[in-house]
Design a protein around this ligand. Structure first.
Ligand SMILES: CC(C)(COP(=O)(O)OP(=O)(O)OC[C@H]1O[C@@H](n2cnc3c(N)ncnc32)[C@H](O)[C@@H]1O)[C@@H](O)C(=O)NCCC(=O)NCCS
Ligand SMILES: Nc1ncnc2c1ncn2[C@@H]1O[C@H](COP(=O)(O)OP(=O)(O)OP(=O)(O)O)[C@@H](O)[C@H]1O
Length: 201
């Protein structure tokens, strides 16, 4: 089983690209979605204890959590120490399930793939990328997003240029959905024909 790691900075089109792999029949484990689920289940207690006032109606309130983090960015390390091991457990369960099911290719969507050393756990790295101007427009168009929040998150992420250098395959999401979809299909075909990287191509 080939494990693809998909990453990309905020707003670079990672989730949309992951959806294209999923549509092509590749099982996908989405770390952001796992975090969102954990905030309704296993992470409620430990995160609630580490960030008093962050529980609302039995779940972690991400807006409140983000507010606290914007006042104290040092809190990110505390949060990550609680959340990342739980995310990792879910990832292991996903991989075990897919191995059992006999999948030939699976995809882990990991926003902080390089930052957390997760590239060691995958066979191939795909980076979703686009022009920084497009990224900026996309992110600032989101409801509730501010310049400060955007900067806060960008500062915790490896710059796009470094991610691109380390990628085995790039998906440019700045040229429309059709083009990105064709590229995803091409990458799947390359992987199935034994090509693992375009890094030095
Ligand atoms: C900070 C939080 C509350 C903001 O929630 P919100 O719903 O506004 O945003 P969302 O989760 O959709 O993330 C928006 C973007 O920020 C990125 N991001 C999230 N957490 C982090 C982080 N710790 N460091 C860098 N980037 C991050 C996401 O990958 C995504 O690109 C939330 O992202 C969070 O709890 N993060 C900590 C968990 C984490 O590290 N997740 C990253 C993947 S495991
Ligand atoms: N190939 C593409 N063509 C056109 N628009 C795209 C493409 N890929 C993504 N987008 C658009 O860009 C925006 C951001 O995409 P997406 O949510 O997939 O990014 P992301 O990298 O997962 O973001 P985040 O890191 O914040 O979760 C969305 O509005 C999406 O529709």
């Amino acid at each position: 089983m080939i494990v693809i790691g998909l990453t990309g900075s905020i707003g670079m089109g990672k989730t949309t690209t992951a959806g294209m792999f999923r549509d092509a029949g590749i099982p996908v484990n989405d770390s952001d979605a796992v975090v969102h689920d954990l905030y309704r289940t296993d992470a409620v207690k430990p995160v609630g204890e580490a960030f008093p006032g962050s529980i609302r109606e039995g779940a972690i309130d991400r807006v409140e959590l983000a507010r606290q983090l914007s006042l104290d960015p040092g809190g990110f390390s505390r949060l990550e120490a609680v959340v990342h091991p739980l995310v990792r457990d879910r990832e292991k369960q996903f991989l075990a399930r897919q191995r059992l099911a006999g999948a030939d290719l699976v995809l882990l969507d990991i926003p902080l793939l390089f930052e957390t050393g997760a590239e060691k756990r995958v066979d191939v790295v795909v980076v979703a990328t686009c022009d920084p101007q497009i990224q900026r427009q996309r992110v600032l168009a989101r409801p509730g997003m501010t310049e400060e929040k955007f900067k806060l998150i960008l500062n915790r992420q490896m710059p796009d240029s470094q991610k691109r250098d380390r990628a085995d395959f790039l998906v440019d999401t700045g040229c429309g959905l059709d083009q990105a979809k064709k590229r995803v299909e091409q990458i799947i075909n390359l992987l199935r024909s034994g090509i693992r990287s375009e890094k030095h191509a």
